[in-house]
Design a protein around this ligand. Sequence first.
Ligand SMILES: NC(=O)c1ccc[n+]([C@@H]2O[C@H](COP(=O)([O-])OP(=O)(O)OC[C@H]3O[C@@H](n4cnc5c(N)ncnc54)[C@H](O)[C@@H]3O)[C@@H](O)[C@H]2O)c1
Ligand SMILES: [Zn+2]
Ligand SMILES: [Zn+2]
Length: 346
Amino acid sequence: MRAVVFERYGEQAEVREVADPAPPTGGVVVRVEATGLCRSDWHGWMGHDPDIVLPHVPGHELAGVVEAVGAGVTGWRAGDRVTAPFVCACGRCAECAAGQHQVCARQTQPGFTHWGSFAEYVALDHADVNLVAVPDGLAYTTAAGLGCRFATAFRAVVARGRVAAGEWVAVHGCGGVGLSAVMIAAAAGARVVAVDTSPEALDLARKFGAAHAVDATAGDAAAAVREATGGGAHLSLDALGSPVTAAASVAGLRRRGRHVQVGLLPEAAGGAVLPMERVIGWELEILGSHGMAAHAYPPMMELVRSGMLRPDLLVTSVIPLDAAPAALAAMGSAAGRGVTVIQPGS
Ligand SMILES: NC(=O)c1ccc[n+]([C@@H]2O[C@H](COP(=O)([O-])OP(=O)(O)OC[C@H]3O[C@@H](n4cnc5c(N)ncnc54)[C@H](O)[C@@H]3O)[C@@H](O)[C@H]2O)c1
Ligand SMILES: [Zn+2]
Ligand SMILES: [Zn+2]
C-alpha cells in the first residue's frame, strides 16, 4: 500500500510503498477513505510522543471501510462503514470496566503506538470495543473528524466542561478542536467567545456560532475574554496547547470557573505553568480531556443526524496523500483556517 512515512523527527515525510497491515486478533484492517490532519500528528512528527518508534506512519483521525476482520471479532464484517476513537481501548482493564475507555491503561493509538491512517489501510485493535458505525448519509470526509477532534471537543465541552445553556464559554485556539468546541457549545445554548491569532479562524468561529471573536495578536486575550463576558467565562478551553493559551484560558475564567485542557502540552516541548494561587482562591477547576469512548458516541451521532451539529462544515480543504507530507510540515507555522482532510485513495 501507499503510506506517508517519516524516518526522522521533523524531517519531511515521503509517500512510499510499504507492506499492507494484517488484522490483529480481535481487530480489523480498515481501508482509509478519509483521514484528518490533526495537530497531534504534527506533535508526533516533531518527536513529542514517546510512544512513536521510527520509521513511522502518522494518522489517527479516520473513517473508512472494514477490509479484513481478525479472529474473534463478532460485531463487524468486511464492507462496514466505520470510524473509531483514536484511543483504542482494551475493553478489559479497570478503567474500561468503569466505562472510562478514553483513559484505558492498555490503549493503543493508530499513528502513535503503531502505524496510522496516512495510508491506504490501517489496523485497529479491539474492534468490538472501539468501532463506530458511520451512517450511509454521512460522508467519509465528515466522519473522519469524529475519530478525533470533533468527538474530543464534544466530550471536553459536554462531559468534562459540563456546559450549560446561557453560560459563557471561551475557546482559545479555533482550529479543528476549537471550531468543533465553538459549534458544540453554541448548540448547547452557551454564549461563546472565540480566541485565535488568525482572522480566517475567527471568521469561521463566528460562522459556527461564536458571539464574540478575540484577536489574540491584539493584546491580553484573557482581559478581552473577561470584558466580553462581564467578568470571565464559566467554562474555558485551551484548544491549541501552548503555555500562552493555557494561561490565558485560566486567567479568562470567572470565580469557580472550569478550565479544560485539550491542546497538548508535551513535556518534550516544556509543558506549562498555571497560576495555582488563583485556582485556590477562586476555586477554579482544572480538567483534562482525552478523546471520547466509542460507547459515548450515540448522543453526539444523534445531534449530527438531526443537523443540530454540522461537522461537515468544518472541512475546508480535502487533499490527496501526496500532499500530506508538506501539509504536515506546514502545521508548524500555518495560521488556522479550518480542517484539512486527506483522501489516501485519491
Ligand atoms: N486531548 C485530546 O484528546 C486531543 C485530541 C485532539 C487534538 N488534541 C490537541 O489539541 C490541539 C489542537 O489541535 P487542532 O488539530 O485543533 O489544531 P489546529 O492547528 O487545527 O488549530 C490550532 C489553532 O490555534 C490557533 N492559534 C495559534 N496560536 C494561537 C494563540 N496564541 N492564541 C489563540 N489561538 C492560537 C491557530 O491559528 C489555529 O486556528 C493540539 O495540541 C492537538 O494535539 C488533543
Ligand atoms: Zn487528533
Ligand atoms: Zn482498557
